[in-house]
Every structure is written in C-alpha cells, then in structure tokens.
Write a protein that binds this ligand. Structure first.
Ligand code: URA
Length: 239
C-alpha cells in the first residue's frame, strides 16, 4: 500500500504538498470515490483519477544488455517450455522485454527494456540500426562469394541491402566472418551465408548501434547512463 499523495507526486502531478491540496479539495477519486487525506492505495489494483482523468505512475525505465547463450528463446514465454532469455534475469522486478530477436541458437548482445519507444526505434527498419555479427561458417568463402553479400543477395524475401563483410580467420574447412547489416529479417545472416553455400555453424551478435558486448555468455548488466544517452542519440530520441 502506498500513500496517495506520494503516488500522485511520483506520477509527476506535482509536489507532495500540491497533491495533498488536490486531495483536500476533493478532486481525487480512488475507484470512483472521492477520498480524503491519509488514504492509501494499492497501485497495482486501484484506479486513481484527478478531475475524472486516470493517473498512471511513470515506470522507471530500465535498460539491460544480456549476453544471450544458445538454447534460449527470445520471447517472454515459450509454448514448448524452453528456457527464455527472461529466465536469465530473474532478480529484475520490472516488466522488461527483449528488443528484437535472436534465434534460439544465436548468442550475443540482446537488449532488454521497458522503454517501448526506444524498443520501437531500435527494431524499426526505418532507423537502420547497424548490427554486427561474427559467423563461424562451413568451408572457406572466396572473396567473390563474400562480394555477393557486400553487394546484396537475393533471398526468398527479396534483395538484401549491402552488408559490411570481413573474413577474420580462415581455417582448413571453416572461417570466421564478421558481417554487419541494418535490416532485421528473420534468420537473415544464416540465410545470407546459406545462399553463398557456406552455412553458419555458430552465430554471435557483438554490436548493436553504439553498444558492444563486453560480458560473459549468460550474464547481463545494466547499461551505463553514458550508453543510454549514446543509444538515444543514435535513434534521435530526446528524453
Ligand atoms: N540473423 C540470423 O540469422 N539470426 C539471428 O539470430 C540474428 C540475425
């Protein structure tokens, strides 16, 4: 239970003093009944109104980066009972959700937040957020094959935008390739490599816009204030 004037003040209505005055003036209702000073409410259940307008408390915004392991789904719930990325952040109480999606087998940088506007911009193709992946692929692609990805390649859902592609390590029958794309089609990186005959064996996302992953697989951390500001600046979000 929470004191009504405190709830109103946290909702951005004004100082506690001002909120007390509104209550005394009979302008505040809880579940459609005018209340007096001293009233406590259950923010999860009670409907608070001022002059008939519902007041909702501003939720504190939370931003986490997770280094997603393979074998976790990027949804809040899974119909098949598989582990979800939210199983890895159990001690965060706020209702957060993943920004975009990584495949079940993909590792790496995943953002989790309750900031809907930020999540929208980071995933909307219009904002062209660059995502960088490291792909371990079967065989060693020739430069002519990698050039196809650099120029754009036709997949079943159309031509891809040009990608940044760099071979990092070439082994006897595998290669580690870094690829950056700004589209977010389903299984896009896997399908791009499949299309040049070098299927992905392992995939990891290492960057998203201005953020780079710097924590071990399976761990998460809160973004720093500097990272949050850099992210917002990147997507032209000013708040
Ligand atoms: N591209 C893929 O193929 N899979 C991912 O998880 C992310 C990008």
């Amino acid at each position: 239970m929470e004191r009504l004037q405190k709830y109103l003040a946290h909702a951005g209505i004004g100082s506690r003093r001002k909120c007390e005055e509104l209550i005394i003036q009979g302008k505040v209702t809880v579940n459609d009944e005018v209340v007096t000073l001293g009233t406590k409410i259950d923010p999860a259940q009670d409907i608070v109104k001022i002059n008939g307008k519902v007041i909702t408390k501003k939720e504190a915004k939370i931003y986490l980066m997770l280094n997603k392991p393979a074998g976790y789904v990027t949804t809040a719930k899974d119909n098949y009972g598989r582990f979800t990325v939210l199983d890895l952040v159990k001690d965060v109480k706020a209702r957060i959700y993943p920004v975009g999606r990584l495949d079940y087998e993909t590792e790496g940088l995943l953002l989790l937040t309750n900031d809907g506007q930020l999540a929208y911009r980071l995933t909307h193709p219009k904002y062209e957020i660059t995502k960088v992946y490291q792909a371990l692929v079967k065989g060693v692609p020739k430069e002519t094959e990698l050039n196809k990805l650099r120029e754009g390649i036709i997949l079943e859902d159309g031509l891809t935008a040009p990608a940044g592609v760099q071979a990092l390590t070439k082994l006897k029958d595998q290669a580690l390739i870094e690829i950056s794309i700004h589209e977010g089609r389903n299984r896009q990186v896997r399908r791009m490599f499949e299309a040049i005959g070098h299927p992905v064996l392992k995939l990891k996302r290492i960057k998203m816009g201005p953020l780079s992953i710097d924590i071990p697989v399976g761990e998460y951390r809160f973004l720093t204030e500097k990272e949050i500001q850099a992210l917002k600046k990147h997507i032209k979000l000013n708040n």
